[in-house]
Design a protein around this ligand. Sequence first.
Ligand SMILES: Nc1ncnc2c1ncn2[C@@H]1O[C@H](COP(=O)(O)OP(=O)(O)OP(=O)(O)O)[C@@H](O)[C@H]1O
Ligand SMILES: [Mg+2]
Length: 373
Amino acid sequence: MADVILKNITKHHGDCRVIDNLSLDIRGGEFVTLLGPSGCGKTTLLRMVAGLTSVEQGELWIGGALYNDIPAQRRRIAMVFQSYALFPHMSVKDNVLFGLRIRKAPPHEMFDKLSWVMPLLGLEGLESRLPKEISGGQRQRAALARALVLDPEVLLLDEPLSNLDAALREMAMEELKRIHQQVGKTILYVTHNQAEAMSMSQRIAVMKAGRIEHFDTPRVVYDHPHTVFTAQFIGSPVINMLEGEIERGDGVIGAKTGLGFFVLDRDRGAQAGAMIGRRVRVGIRPQNVLFAPHSAARRASDTRIEVTAELVETLGDRSLVIARADDGTMIRFMITRDESIPAGTRVAALVDGRRIHLFEPATGINVFAGDKQ
Ligand SMILES: Nc1ncnc2c1ncn2[C@@H]1O[C@H](COP(=O)(O)OP(=O)(O)OP(=O)(O)O)[C@@H](O)[C@H]1O
Ligand SMILES: [Mg+2]
């Protein structure tokens, strides 16, 4: 259960700064996800931890030792690559045992490891099949088995579920979580899928252009996103972003937008007292806009808005309503399957001011970040 500490790591590919003064502190046994868009440097970072790419500047510490110059073969780290990279001409069993054979492990160790890992990953009975003779999910599990039998201190997983369909991916996610609980390895998991990151990780490092935007538990990155980028990357459907200004209302402080005046909760309102008149970007998650055809505002922090529904998209058990206010401000919110809003209808909704997020327009940083970070 080794901890992995990255200190001020920088890496260039040619003129391009792919990793930019990045620091990250992963505890031993923790399941951490690197979440970010294509090209932000996730694979590059994993390859550095694995020793497949050199660390140009900064320090990489694993289990209390400086690893910058330790060659890959001397690191007790296993990586499952984005493409699985199973050997096509080898059986599942030979693929799983490949690393142990290279290490010249004794036969009884190979037997023990195989007897442990095959049932753990539901691969029993598939030992003699070739990779092309098993399903995508089984291939993914075989690649994971090949990594696990090496008994790594750190397991690096690079988008291992990206080739699976939604149902298989959900099953694989549950399995991975279960495996993590059973084997207690430090896992660094890469994905650009926020749902995977939210459901599996103990902490999520949201990455953008070689830097970490926010590193915290799924709950905190969702409830208190440090930046606009994090707020937009985490959560589905994507958060609404409105233009606004911090103002003093009737004995309260809130954000004035084209949709109305949203009252902040007391703690944040007190802090915002020093920010009156500041322009802000106001983030409102679609889940925090409550469709309210009849009800009046229920709490002091609820603001009633009136909008015209333009489009309604069915998501299954819920629908997403895309609506416009009189001044042109757009807002997206959810309704249940029992509610119905025909396009073109004028509707009222409630927004809970305790759940709105305020960001500095120029930097995209949460104006309350000081006490949340
Ligand atoms: N060997 C290389 N030479 C030059 N540029 C590279 C090399 N490897 C990666 N890059 C560039 O570095 C940046 C980060 O690449 P990386 O593979 O780490 O991204 P990623 O976050 O894993 O993306 P994806 O989600 O698409 O896998 C990209 O702009 C990529 O084009
Ligand atoms: Mg990648």
